[in-house]
Design a protein around this ligand. Structure first.
Ligand code: 8YV
Length: 323
């Protein structure tokens, strides 16, 4: 039996690439350069499976071509807003993602950003490295206390819940959540969390707000200038979800005006481009999309993709099918 032809669009952890090569007729990308749109479009005619990441745009126009061979897009990552799933489904292409395995590490990074912004850790490290630290003094680089404060979580899926567990268990924070659908009472109870009816109701209550909702068109500029203005003066925003969820210009304006106390960002609307207004904003911690970037998690994400491919090519429903 011929083995399915599989295209991996970026370099993956070695152990996972070796596992893929054992099972499939696999094309790797050792140079790790993001593929040009024309290459991805061509690949749809050449491969049974394509394994994209957030750096591959698979918009509707990609699928508008004859002779599509691809039957599954097995995405490496939980977020799949870079894939037009309706257009893929219309061409009979299945789409899977990699949930669960990255929840802990992404929540860890959200908490890292929250703590760094609250305690001015990025700013402090920059000062020290620049040789500008003049020594201890009672009023040096005063931040804001985290323990016991109120955290608002927008999007209470697996990662949002992992964030709540850290905030409540580690820092005794009060957790409020806003979610599209009603969260099961036992889930709220586990986290000692309360659900509010709207983002408008959430924002004025919170010292910190962390985003854990999906990206894509439906959540574009979910936090716009009007909503950012509802945040408490001095509040801190954390985004490990997707850049487009926040109006970056409005956020930068609120930071420069000193209305918000800071921000911790891991994702940007036009990655890898980061707007100058954010680079120069006070007390803003900026990381290069590291949410799931641990060896354990990146390997587990790869194995989750393989499990989805195994199911799919054996004629079983893949566990993580999203379209
Ligand atoms: C991934 C992420 O590394 O899973 C996601 O949605 O944002 C990251 O953890 C990236 O998207 C890979 O495609």
């Amino acid at each position: 039996m011929t083995r399915p032809r599989v295209l991996v669009t970026r370099a993956w952890p070695e152990t996972v690439e070796a596992e893929l090569a054992r099972r499939f007729d696999v094309t790797l990308n050792p140079a790790d350069a993001a593929l040009a749109p024309e290459r991805i479009r061509a690949a749809l005619g050449e491969y049974d499976a394509i394994l994209p990441t957030v750096t591959d745009r698979l918009g509707a126009e990609m699928f508008d071509r004859p002779g599509i061979r691809t039957r599954i897009l097995a995405n490496y990552g939980v977020g799949f807003a870079h894939i037009d799933t309706a257009a893929a489904a219309a061409r009979g292409i299945a789409v899977t993602n990699t949930p669960d395995v990255l929840s802990d590490c992404t929540a860890d990074l959200a908490m890292t950003l929250l703590l760094m912004a609250a305690r001015r850790a990025g700013e402090g490290e920059r000062e020290l490295r620049a040789g500008e630290w003049t020594g201890w003094r009672p009023t040096h680089m005063i931040g804001t206390k985290v323990s016991g404060k109120t955290l608002g979580i927008i999007g209470f899926g697996r990662i949002g819940q992992a964030m709540a567990a850290r905030a409540k268990g580690g820092f005794g924070m009060r957790v409020l959540v806003q979610n599209r659908s009603a969260v099961a009472p036992e889930v709220l109870e586990t986290h000692g969390a309360g659900q509010v009816a709207s983002i408008e109701a959430l924002l004025p209550e919170c010292d910190f707000v962390s985003l854990h909702c999906p990206g894509g068109a439906e959540n574009r500029n979910l936090l716009d200038a009007r909503r950012l203005a509802l945040m408490r003066p001095g509040a801190i925003l954390v985004n490990t979800a997707r850049g487009e969820v926040v109006d970056e210009a409005a956020l930068a304006a609120a930071l420069h005006a000193g209305r918000l106390g800071g921000a911790g960002l891991d994702v940007y609307a036009g990655e890898p481009r980061v707007p100058d207004a954010l680079l120069t904003a006070p007390n803003t911690v900026l990381l290069p999309h590291l949410g799931s970037a641990t060896r354990e998690t990146r390997e587990a994400m790869g194995m989750r993709v393989i499990a989805n491919l195994d199911d799919f090519f054996a004629g079983r429903p893949p566990h993580d099918r999203v379209a």
